[in-house]
Design a protein around this ligand. Sequence first.
Ligand code: G4P
Length: 542
Amino acid sequence: MSIELQSELQEAVERRRNFAIISHPDAGKTTLTEKLLLYGGAIHEAGAVKARRAQRHATSDWMAMEQQRGISITSTVLQFEYQQCQINLLDTPGHQDFSEDTYRTLAAADNAVMLIDAAKGLEPQTRKLFEVCRMRSLPIFTFVNKLDRPGRSPIELMDEIEQELGMQTYAVNYPIGMGDQFKGVFDRRSRKIHLFERSKHGSREAVDTVIDLGDPNIEDLLEKDLYYQFKDELELVEEIGSEFDLEAIHKGQMTPLFFGSAMTNFGVELFLNSFLDYALKPGGHTSTKGEIEPTYPEFSGFVFKLQANMDPKHRDRVAFVRVCSGKFEKDMVVSHARTGKTVRLSRPQKLFAQDREVIEEAYPGDVIGLNNPGVFAIGDTIYNGQKLEYEGIPCFSPELFAYLRNPNPSKFKQFRKGVSELREEGAVQIMYSADEAKRDPILAAVGQLQMEVVQFRLQNEYGVETTVEYLPYTVARWVEGGWEALEKVGRIFNTVTVKDSWQRPVLLFRNEWNCQQLQGDHPELKLSAIAPVVSGQQPVEI
Ligand code: G4P
């Protein structure tokens, strides 16, 4: 490899940090994203992301559904510079548009930011996303938000994270008061207090007023009672809390904790500074050729998400590729591992909200959007040089199930094509009843919106009007060892068995409790909420 390329790649990796935010609706993800962009200079006044969103609703017609429901289906990759680093924020769809894409995005991230509402602590969606981060051992940074409102005590929140997620916590900053009495945070790195001034913090960047712990006016500035309470708590945290351990952070065993208020723009800058120092840079990825380091000179990457019709004028599809190694250049010709074909990567896009900008080059840790004329499927590897294939992206446990029916037999061909393409694109998982007489596909989704999108697109793109019949299940588990393992167990209760697209048995349960009951009765049966990746083998279609 040329020395120039080697140092170019090395430098690009050093500069890059990539992350996704995991949170429950309303914790403040949109607000925090906006404030991060503000500090990154990508926008100049908070409110722009929301405004863009509103503007998009006004212009996007295919997403009539999106407009009706006032939500955003499309998700984006936001890129900004901060202190000479390039930060890539992979935006995970949340809210009602929670879908498998939310999980898949985490497959492309090197770090995660767990955003928590101080009053609510851990919430269901955050826990689910956390499990995916844990599976990948991603470093997790916790931002406890809304300190300007009354909330739970910091120690209680830290305890909850430790007990329930099994991660050690390290408070990088520690709050003084909360709600009406929120006075600021103590930054343990600089050992200084950043004062919160309600009137000062808002839609623009603000320079914090910073004081020393030994400031002679501290008791007045913080109010005496609060100051002493803070001192006691800090002493406790510093004495009995964990020691800072960067290696444990990188392995996802310890989470650095930050307290702040995204809305009032407080604590965001402190968070960003530490994040740059502690986050993992783009690292190696496991492939059929072993671990591929980002500085490996040949370009390679994998598709983690496909998006249909983001641009209503073009009705096209975009394949989102995480660059894993080498340098990406526009118009590059690459090999497609699954099909063995060569593909020219023309019109690569950088994505900022809905605007598309053609990019000339990209480096490991970046995400590029490629126009996908039906070539790519989720998990596909593209590469140059020696053939290699990345591990792929597993299927995640769906929670909604429905028979999909085509009442019009003359449309069977279109129906079949549509179902097959939407499955391949990862819009929804397709399962089938184990009873051969029931041939209708079962849509298996993580969120309600996936169901609606599938029906909408079948009608709009394939001209097939469908009906759905919901099934009363909420939990799916793949059986390790397949049919053979299942047969050994004999009769089982309170579950039905279906097949996924690869003919593997999947057990569906009405609720978590039924699932746990079965596991209690048959500990020998190993069940998994995440389907192992199938490589090479084509799925069975209807
Ligand atoms: P999400 O994307 O995670 O769903 O959350 P979003 O940022 O939309 O925030 C949800 C609500 O919480 C919003 O209020 C937002 O203003 C508020 N919020 C976010 N961060 C903070 C914070 O640090 N402190 C306080 N007090 N509130 C915060 P909303 O009333 O639903 O919307 P809006 O009218 O304010 O936009």
